[in-house]
Design a protein around this ligand. Structure first.
Ligand code: LMR
Length: 336
């Protein structure tokens, strides 16, 4: 057990320098014979990121409370699978736990587009209220036909635009190229700003900003700090235009392979880890915002009038997706 926890921490700490092969070799050393080895792959890095902390917490709890039965190995920072392959790997049984952004499920369900609608949630508290309500809970099962099981929503933060020039009003974004996740709503939102959306895997964003392949991106304070995006951008603008949250998930096949008592204990741990992560996320975001400023990054704070211009430019996107997301679902999110 001790070995497992030690290995997990080492993985997290050394993720930046590990090659894929070295990561695999290191990870295969710690689990005890006879334990079910469950891999948890994700794409974020650093030590202060809410997903990094929650994934490590989940692994530590499973490795302690299900010692001798199950052993979770965490592979952060796209060291095992990046954005494009991780969902497929879950279905083929090559990985057992993931926490992808809700913006990355477009090829499986249009419903999660609700989380991407610009300005649909006033803040993370509203998003937590929505996910705790009946519409949000139902959405955990939106992909059960595919074989995906949502165990909980992990909030990550509100999103902000950064670019290679200051963005104060939407017209400042005219003609710029923005990296987006693979979400049709995000693409439409960028187009509504008169800019060009460029879908791209998370692991490629820093290089694309640095070399000018794209001019800007949108993300949380935690991602902008831990991935050092602020170093290769003029500034970040505090738009809070969209939510970033994750689906903490596993597969039906994996859950069905477990004895009922193991499954119950696993789900209990998953639930408690989710609640803890969501209780702590605001403090982590605030700390990473301050980390950006301390490291010399610039943040533009908008006046209410300037922010209203962003709302007016992007909110019409809702109408475009009303049919595929569902007017009722949009109303439930907006009213949370
Ligand atoms: C992104 O691709 O921008 C984020 O979803 C990455 C993450 O998982 O936070």
């Amino acid at each position: 057990m001790k070995k497992s926890f030690f290995r997990m921490s080492i993985l997290a700490l050394t993720a930046f320098s590990l090659t894929f092969t070295a990561g695999m070799a290191l990870a295969s050393e710690g689990c005890d014979p006879g334990e079910i080895v469950a891999k948890f792959s994700h794409v974020t890095g650093g030590t202060t990121h809410p997903k990094v902390v929650a994934a490590n917490n989940f692994a530590a709890r499973v490795n302690k409370e299900l010692d001798g039965v199950m052993c979770v190995e965490v592979y952060p920072n796209s060291t095992l699978y990046g954005d494009s392959k991780e969902l497929e790997a879950l279905l083929t049984g090559n990985v057992q736990f993931l926490a992808p952004s809700l913006s990355k499920f477009g090829s499986y369900t249009p419903k999660y587009g609700v989380f991407d609608l610009p300005f649909v949630f006033e803040d993370m508290d509203a998003a937590i209220r929505f996910t705790n309500g009946s519409a949000g809970k139902d959405l955990l099962n939106a992909m059960s036909d595919v074989g995906f099981v949502g165990m909980g929503y992990w909030m990550s933060g509100m999103k902000y635009f950064s670019a290679n020039k200051p963005l104060i009003v939407p017209s400042d974004a005219n003609g710029l190229k923005f990296r987006v996740q693979t979400s049709d709503v995000a693409k439409a939102m960028i187009a509504a700003m008169g800019a060009s959306p460029q879908p791209m895997a998370f692991a490629e964003v820093y290089g694309a900003l640095q070399t000018g392949v794209v001019d800007g991106q949108e993300n949380t304070w935690s991602n902008i700090y831990t991935k050092k995006f602020f170093e290769v951008q003029d500034s970040t603008t505090q738009t809070s235009h969209q939510l970033l949250a994750y689906l903490f998930m596993t597969s039906t096949d994996f859950l069905d392979s477990l004895k009922p008592e193991v499954r119950d204990q696993l789900m209990k741990i998953a639930d408690e880890v989710t609640q803890q992560a969501n209780n702590e996320v605001k403090a982590k975001e605030a700390k990473n915002r301050q980390n950006i400023l301390d490291a010399g990054g610039k943040i533009n704070v908008l006046t209410p009038e300037q922010r209203k211009q962003w709302v007016d430019a992007m909110k019409p996107v809702w109408k475009q997706f009303e049919d595929e997301i569902g007017a009722d679902l949009i109303q439930a999110a907006a009213g949370a």
